[in-house]
Design a protein around this ligand. Structure first.
Ligand SMILES: CC/C=C\C/C=C\C/C=C\CCCCCCCC(=O)SCCNC(=O)CCNC(=O)[C@H](O)C(C)(C)COP(=O)(O)OP(=O)(O)OC[C@H]1O[C@@H](n2cnc3c(N)ncnc32)[C@H](O)[C@@H]1OP(=O)(O)O
Length: 240
């Protein structure tokens, strides 16, 4: 318990720009982060089924979990608060400490995981590293409505960015979106499940060119098509 708490605090300090062992003022301890209970640290993996997932969603999830059994596919875990190795590296090399106010640190969470079960972004991403592609299963909840009955285009764009970004991160490591082009072809009904197929099309130095399409589960409806340019970050360059 103590070890995981320490690791959690270390990452929070990293976010405030504080290095382990650095001198500390008595007054500048951050407020107790809500993710810590007094007993143990629970890091929920949000890319696992919950009761809000539709039958279609669970069925597809099970099919992809089967594909993971021989190691060709992998389910990417997803956390609201916990840092992945890539985000730790990002904080270490690219995040300027002064950019994040200490009193805000305990509130930091992944945008797409900031909703109660079923209300926002329900998704899971599977990656096939050899084929440099990912499949994202996404069910957009009622808090993501735009035009009545349909998903907000910005919510769809968020998921497309997340799906493409995760695909780019396979070969690229720490990447950022430089350009995203989306053609919205059909509106996506709220609470329906869509499948986002992403692939790496070209790698040119630090530039990764990707594309994806968003389809219904039966593949009959093409909702959107998108392309994205992601840039592998250069540790020698400041982001600001
Ligand atoms: C993906 C996750 C990675 C790490 C985090 C880990 C875990 C998190 C967990 C889950 C996350 C799930 C994925 C979420 C995905 C979300 C991704 C985002 O939303 S990123 C936020 C939005 N993007 C930005 O704020 C980026 C702002 N832009 C920049 O900071 C910079 O422009 C840049 C992209 C960093 C590039 O700057 P650099 O100085 O490093 O490169 P440049 O020398 O400017 O360019 C290199 C190369 O690329 C060409 N280029 C750059 N931008 C464009 C463009 N918009 N269009 C076309 N070409 C572009 C540039 O011309 C250069 O080309 P070259 O001369 O041929 O080399």
């Amino acid at each position: 318990m103590l070890r995981s708490c320490t690791a959690g605090l270390r990452s929070l300090w990293a976010l405030c720009g504080r290095r382990e062992g650095a001198p500390r003022l008595s007054t500048d301890l951050p407020p107790a982060p809500r993710l810590f209970s007094t007993e143990k640290v629970i890091h929920k993996d949000w890319s696992l089924p919950n009761p809000s997932w539709s039958k279609d969603f669970k069925l597809l999830f099970d099919q992809f979990m089967k594909k993971c059994e021989d190691g060709s596919w992998e389910r990417l875990p997803s956390y609201k608060h916990r840092s992945t190795q890539k985000s730790e590296d990002f904080k270490t090399y690219f995040l300027e400490p002064k950019l994040v106010k200490e009193e805000r640190v305990s509130q930091v969470q992944l945008f797409t995981r900031g909703f109660e079960d079923g209300l926002g972004f329900e998704y899971v991403i599977f990656s096939n590293n050899d084929e440099k592609r990912t499949v994202c299963l996404f069910q957009g909840g009622p808090y993501l409505q735009g035009i009545p009955g349909f998903l907000h285009g910005g919510a769809m764009a968020t998921m497309i960015d997340t799906a493409l970004g995760s695909c780019a991160a396979i070969p690229g490591g720490i990447v950022m979106t430089a350009n995203l082009n989306i053609n919205f072809k059909r509106p996506v009904p709220i609470c329906s499940v869509v499948v986002i197929n992403s692939q790496l099309d070209k790698l040119e130095g630090r530039k990764l060119f990707l594309s994806c399409n968003v389809r219904s589960v039966d593949e009959k409806t093409l909702y959107s098509e998108a392309t994205g340019l992601f840039i592998k970050l250069d540790p020698e360059k400041s982001l600001t």
